[in-house]
Design a protein around this ligand. Structure first.
Ligand code: ATP
Ligand code: MG
Length: 145
């Protein structure tokens, strides 16, 4: 996110808003994973899920679009979405997407987020994958964007 302030009060206001936002914990944490086919998005999420304590195998939800897993602790659900086959963001309504990203108990990872650009939260954390040579991959994690 980018801001431009005109005076010190406006800068303080941005700080205050941010703190209140964090305190409320009012929404899900959302990650968007971008990269070509086979770049390693699902592979990354296999490790991510393991890190969350999920024992089930993470496979690509390309056809079902969305998988949900239970997690223990402050967060309750891990949602894995693959929007590759989505043509219109509107299709996500049927899956309860709005509700999912508004629930602070959810961690939501979205492969192919560019397919549903218009409904993505502004504070989504972007993770970019690039295929270099052979098994080499570049991974860029953009916190705060
Ligand atoms: P899709 O857009 O089709 O969902 P994806 O980005 O999810 O693609 P993966 O399903 O994770 O891609 O596939 C990555 C493939 O590349 C796997 O077969 C994996 O074993 C292989 N691979 C080789 N080297 C790497 C690496 N350094 N990191 C991640 N995957 C790698
Ligand atoms: Mg994948």
């Amino acid at each position: 996110m980018e801001y431009l302030t005109e005076n010190y009060l406006e800068t303080q206001e941005i700080g205050r808003d941010l703190a209140e936002e964090i305190k409320k914990g009012s929404r899900a944490i959302v990650f968007g994973l971008k990269g070509d086919l086979g770049a390693g998005k699902t592979t990354f999420l296999q490790g991510f899920a393991e890190g969350l304590g999920i024992k089930e195998k993470i496979i690509s939800p390309t056809f079902v679009i969305m998988n949900r897993f239970n997690i223990k602790g402050d967060f309750k659900n891990f949602y894995h979405l693959d929007c590759y086959r989505i043509e219109k963001a509107k299709e996500m309504e049927n899956l309860g997407f709005e509700e999912i990203i508004n629930n602070p108990k959810n961690i939501v990872c979205i492969e192919w987020p560019e397919k549903i650009k218009s409904i993505l939260p502004k504070d989504m954390i972007l993770i970019k994958f690039k295929i270099l040579d052979g098994d080499k991959r570049e991974i860029i994690i953009n916190y705060g964007k």
